[in-house]
Design a protein. Structure first.
Length: 78
């Protein structure tokens, strides 16, 4: 059985705060374009502050409470 979690990440591209809409989010791991982990966010309001990061492409790995991963691309453009 395959379960599909869909998360909305906006705004994309962003220059600051990114909101992740979805249910049962445990944490979000943010990776840069080189695949390096740059941030792990455990937040109740599902908001990630990207304002201090350089312009470029980042990957948000959203992990739910069951351990299921969903990866989405986010562009930071200031």
């Amino acid at each position: 059985e395959v379960l599909v979690n869909t998360y909305s990440i906006y705004p994309n591209p962003t220059s600051g705060m990114v909101t992740i809409e979805g249910e049962n989010i445990n944490y979000v791991a943010v990776y840069n374009s080189l695949g390096q982990l740059v941030k792990v966010v455990r937040t109740q309001d599902n908001v990630v502050d990207m304002s201090t990061y350089e312009n470029g492409v980042y990957f948000f790995n959203v992990v739910d409470n069951a351990g299921t991963n969903s990866v989405q691309r986010v562009v930071v453009a200031k």
